[in-house]
Design a protein around this ligand. Structure first.
Ligand SMILES: Cc1ncc(COP(=O)(O)O)c(C=O)c1O
Length: 395
């Protein structure tokens, strides 16, 4: 018999996964080219050529015993951590050292490591809706309590008044994700400054530490020259969680890192905790070959123009059908207002046209749906007549 806690998790298991499986089922019946699956954030752009080159070079250059062995520190290879710190310093004018970097098993692994390091049972973790639904599970893993800030459906910037009211002496962490999944919105510098000021004031008021966790797997995926502020510059107690899943199209390889700057309260202790958490969560260390690969590809990124073309085509196509959506500035998601209050009903109607889209309630934002446009351009173009038929049911 499985654990009680897992029973709930299984019962509420991701609607997105279920949709993915439904896509496979429909593809078998109708043929893959007639199913328009916008359900998963799995990149459709191949990893840059430099990744393949790096793999081949590493296999020749490195001693195979060391390359495939455990790393000395659970935080990862020293040279890789140094290289990442230097690259961040060059790009963002920060002053990190290798010791500030903890290599992780993707952003998901990094979030679990840092929450394990910080959260005592009953501690509160704040997230701004709409948010990546796994935050709830990750917080629950450590018996934390996820506190939700309701969505601002005008521009999807965080609702700061509500945020200020919901911070309590038990608030231990605040997770932000910009560029955002599921909206594609980038939080403005003005928003970040205000958010930081609120958190500073609350730390002083309660005499506590409130950690800002910046979950940023989409940092490199921005359009029209949008700027994504580097959050450690605005608030000392900031920890960054990064991933190469989307920036290098390597989601299955499970590689990313945490940045724990010296400015974080008890930084050395937090770093030691992250080291131990990496070990005792069973990761032991981030995959060694992948660590070496990303260190050789620090100036590489996925082909943004591919996603940008999809973004323009899908956004314009849906608007022309009469749907209401905000133009994403980053990531590869489009958040569309459901034409009926119950967006699950809308998702079911879309399925009749073999259009697979995800209900906003999976992101704590009912009344909306998410479309992941990391699909082929043909999928976008061929789906538009189906969206037009769907729209006729409503407008
Ligand atoms: C907002 C957000 N955070 C974290 C993750 C997990 O990413 P990773 O593959 O790096 O674990 C995802 C994946 O889609 C995501 O969208």
């Amino acid at each position: 018999m499985i654990a009680e806690k897992m029973k709930n998790m299984v019962a509420n298991s991701s609607a997105i996964r279920a949709m993915f499986e439904e896509g496979n089922r429909l593809a078998e019946i109708y043929g893959a080219e007639n199913v328009f699956d916008f359900s998963l954030g799995n990149p459709n752009v191949p990893a840059p050529e430099a990744v393949k080159k790096a793999i081949l070079e590493i296999l020749v250059e490195e001693d195979p015993v060391a390359l495939h062995g455990y790393t000395n520190s659970n935080c990862g290879y020293a040279d890789v951590r140094e290289a990442i710190a230097s690259s961040l310093n060059e790009r963002f004018g920060t002053k990190f050292e290798g010791k500030n970097i903890v290599m992780t098993v993707g952003a998901a692994g990094g979030l679990n490591v840092i929450l394990k390091s910080l959260i005592d049972p009953g501690d509160e973790v704040i997230a701004f809706a709409p948010y990546f639904g796994e935050y709830r599970s990750y917080t629950n893993n450590y018996d934390g309590v996820l506190v939700e800030i309701s969505p601002n459906t005008v521009d999807f910037q965080p609702k700061l008044n509500e945020f200020e009211q919901k911070i309590t002496p038990k608030t231990k962490a605040v997770i932000v994700n910009t560029p955002n999944n599921p909206t594609g919105v980038v939080y403005s510098e003005n928003t970040i400054k205000k958010l930081a000021a609120i958190m500073e004031a609350k730390q002083r008021e309660y005499g506590t530490d409130i950690f800002l966790i910046s979950d940023e797997p989409y940092r490199e995926l921005v359009y029209d020259g949008a700027k994504v502020p580097y959050l450690t510059k605005y608030y000392d107690n900031t920890i960054v969680g990064y991933s190469y899943s989307k920036s290098l199209s390597l989601p299955g390889e499970r590689i990313g890192y945490l940045v724990i700057p010296d400015e974080v309260t008890d930084s050395e202790e937090v770093l030691s905790a992250a080291n131990v958490a990496t070990r005792i969560l069973g990761f032991v260390n981030a995959p060694t070959l992948q660590q070496k690969i990303v260190a050789k590809c620090l100036n590489e990124k996925t082909d943004i123009s591919f996603y940008d073309r999809n973004r323009e085509a899908l956004y314009q196509g849906l608007k022309d059908c009469g749907f209401e959506c905000i133009k994403p500035e980053g990531a590869f998601y489009l958040f569309v207002k459901s034409p009926v209050a119950d967006e699950k009903e809308f998702c079911a109607a879309a399925k009749k046209y073999n259009l697979l889209i995800v209900p906003g309630s999976s992101f704590a934002c009912p009344g909306y749906v998410r479309l992941a446009y990391c699909v082929s351009y043909e999928t976008i173009v061929n789906s538009l007549p189906k969206f037009r038929e769907l729209a006729k049911e409503y407008f």
